[in-house]
Design a protein around this ligand. Structure first.
Ligand SMILES: Cc1cc2nc3c(=O)[nH]c(=O)nc-3n(C[C@H](O)[C@H](O)[C@H](O)COP(=O)(O)OP(=O)(O)OC[C@H]3O[C@@H](n4cnc5c(N)ncnc54)[C@H](O)[C@@H]3O)c2cc1C
Length: 624
């Protein structure tokens, strides 16, 4: 029987948040690319929360944007509410979060993909990877068609052997009733890629007309709105926004859950997959925190096109009759009408210990993996990996070095390093606490940290890069200048300080010292600055942060110097750790399994002690 045969540079399996970024990066870097999905109507689908960003996830989106990715631009075109979170805390944890119109988000991303040169979109289930002598050669679809390629990016998300469960009901489908991908898992396993089962869950969607908002707390969007993308002009996105609403569970909610916990597939054992600790179901929360009187629940709109509302914080897999009972106990939901039941989804994913820092499998050259398939959870985590996998697949074919961001450069570096060196036994979700250098890895300076790399790769154009260079120069010059603008303790100074409720000066000072006071900043001291310049807001923001956090930043930069020293001690992939004298057995086995890239990475593998690192350093100095 004749089969369809086509040839591409790069195949991307998946059109979720990882697949979209990988396919766009690959095509924009000149690779003839084909992207597969089981349904083109589900491109960039948001099967769970209707928002992009939030704590640490906002950082990932800003970094992805600074490198030339698409998610930031796409949400700036399709958001319906935007808020900067954690503004009462320091800039390191300020995080942008935007509510999306889910259908608009998918439609906009599809439009971008469909109008990208070098990119073909195909609705078909990939059922096999084709490999030869440890190299990927392409894929086969369920219809038998063959697509030859020199690199393949797998971004299959929550679809591999997916199973959706609530109560006693189990559907062998992907999210939202979409077709599951039931054939590729065998092919991956027969190519020496072991798989495991993870799970995640989502809350019900309810009819907004059945909600009594007068019993809830309204949460409005910010004014002015801050864009996600550094390429978006803030003036272009100021618009009317929808509200979200806050309500709480009650002791009655908790009683109903406890009384029906035996009917929860999570607790009856019919769900085998491991779920995310930091995105727990309501059942988990009630069982794990029995003393907590109430849990916050946010009611979020799914879009402007529908009355459907998302019950954030109440993901569950309890039977639908129990879902109704428990949702009705929340203030404002007494007459609630469920549109879609809450459910849990189980799916196959890989253990990311078998991939390298460039997201390529260690034992199959040219095969890359990104997103939920790598054991992460979240749109933003997936998109960040998709971008890096797409870039590195293209650079492999271009014969260029891979782009590997380390933990001191980006949250993306922390994300990938944690996925490939830690033993993650549950879906990995990014958090600011995971980034040891988070004061340097702020969302506001992602362009200063990463756009040079994005430009070198070829995804950031000259105009954007020129602006980043200008911005860097202007910040450095201005901070230096402000340190040398001497301010006398005279009447004019005291008047300005009093105007802003700042204590008067006893002796002379300089502008930088004054700006470092919490209640003062570059704009407030305009009248005291003879060379004051009306700079763009994003530059002024950096000047204020650089001056106000100078000491902390300097200390963290010192820590990064130490980090880079051990991170720079690279390790060859050929070292036979088990043969190194003095290395403990467990350490030898772990190092052989992980094949760390550097001494720094070796030191982060659990089971490898500082003593083992000392033995390794002696071995290395002996084996120049
Ligand atoms: C029910 C549910 C609840 C969730 N809850 C949360 C949560 O609470 N918190 C959170 O952070 N994240 C949650 N997520 C996860 C979030 O949706 C994912 O993290 C994100 O969508 C992952 O993006 P991805 O690109 O890796 O995969 P996905 O968005 O899942 O996209 C996978 C793509 O691959 C395609 N595909 C798969 N296999 C094949 C094949 N063999 N051939 C062709 N195409 C294929 C699919 O068609 C799809 O386009 C949830 C997801 C679901 C489904």
């Amino acid at each position: 029987m004749a089969v369809l045969k086509e040839e591409y540079d790069i195949v991307v399996v998946g059109a979720g948040h990882a697949g979209c970024e990988a396919a766009l990066a690959s095509a924009r870097l000149g690779m003839k690319t084909i992207m597969f999905t089981v349904s083109v109507d589900s491109i960039a689908l948001m099967p769970c929360n209707p928002n992009i960003g939030g704590s640490s996830k906002g950082h990932l989106v800003k970094e992805l944007d600074a490198l030339g990715g698409e998610m930031g631009k796409n949400i700036d075109k399709t958001f319906i509410q935007s808020r900067m979170l954690n503004t009462s805390k320091g800039p390191a944890v300020h995080s942008l979060r935007a509510q999306a119109d889910k259908q608009d988000y998918s439609r906009e991303m599809r439009k971008t993909l469909e109008n990208t040169e070098n990119l073909t979109i195909r609705q078909a289930e990939v059922s096999e990877i084709i490999t030869e002598n440890g190299e990927v050669k392409g894929v086969k679809t369920f219809s038998g068609a063959e697509y030859a390629a020199r690199a393949v990016v797998l971004a299959t998300g929550t679809y591999l052997k997916a199973r959706c469960i609530y109560g006693e009901v189990c559907n062998y489908t992907g999210p939202n009733g979409l077709q599951a991908a039931n054939h590729l898992s065998e092919s991956l396993e027969s190519n020496g890629i072991p798989l495991r089962r993870f799970k995640t869950g989502t809350p019900a969607r309810v009819d907004g007309r059945s909600i009594d908002y007068s019993k809830m707390f309204e949460q409005k969007g910010d004014d002015p709105i801050v864009p996600f993308s550094f390429s978006t002009d803030p003036k272009d996105i100021q618009k009317e926004q929808v509200s979200c609403w806050l309500t709480y569970t009650t002791p009655e909610t908790h009683r109903i859950i406890r009384e029906n916990i035996d009917r929860s597939p999570l607790f009856s054992g019919s769900i085998k997959g491991t779920g995310p600790r930091y995105c727990p179901s309501i059942e988990d929360k009630v069982v794990k925190f029995p003393d907590k009187e109430k849990h916050q629940i946010f009611i979020e709109p799914e879009g402007n096109y529908t009355n459907e509302m998302y019950l954030s914080g109440m993901s569950s897999s309890l039977p639908e009759d129990v879902q109704y009972e428990m949702y009705k106990t929340l203030p404002g939901l007494e007459n609630v009408r469920i549109v879609r039941n809450a459910y849990a989804i189980e799916y196959d994913c890989v253990n990311a210990n078998q991939i390298k820092a460039n997201l390529e499998f260690k034992h199959i050259s040219g095969l890359f993996s990104a997103g939920q398939l790598n054991g992460s959870s979240g749109y933003e985590e997936a998109a960040a990996q998709g971008l890096m996998a797409g870039i590195n697949a293209a650079r492999k074919l271009q014969g260029k070095e891979s782009i590997i961001l380390d933990r001191s450069q980006a949250y993306i570096g922390v994300l990938i390093d944690d996925l490939i060196t830690k033993e993650n036994t549950e879906p990995y979700r990014m958090m600011t606490s995971r980034a040891e250098y988070r004061l340097l890895l702020r969302q506001d300076n992602a362009d200063l940290r990463l756009s040079e790399i994005g430009h070198e790769v070829g995804l950031i154009d000259d105009e954007r890069y020129e602006y980043v260079k200008y911005k860097k120069k202007k910040i450095a010059e201005t901070v230096e200048r402000l340190k040398n603008v001497l301010i006398g303790a005279n009447q004019a100074t005291q008047t300005v300080l009093a105007q802003w409720g700042s204590s008067s000066l006893k002796t002379g000072s300089n502008l930088a010292e004054l700006i470092s006071r919490p209640e003062l900043d570059y704009e407030k001291l305009k009248s005291l600055d003879p060379e004051w310049e009306d700079l763009p807001q994003d530059i002024i923001e950096q000047i204020n942060i650089e001056i106000k956090y100078e000491g902390y930043i300097a200390r963290q930069e010192k820590q990064v110097e130490n980090f880079k020293r051990v991170e720079g001690r690279l390790l060859s992939e050929d070292i036979d750790y088990k043969s190194i004298k003095g290395l403990r057995l467990e350490a030898g086995q772990k190092l052989d399994m992980f094949k760390p890239r550097s001494i720094g990475q070796a030191s982060r593998i659990s089971g490898v002690t500082p003593a083992d690192i000392a033995v390794l350093l002696i071995y290395l100095s002996g084996n120049k």
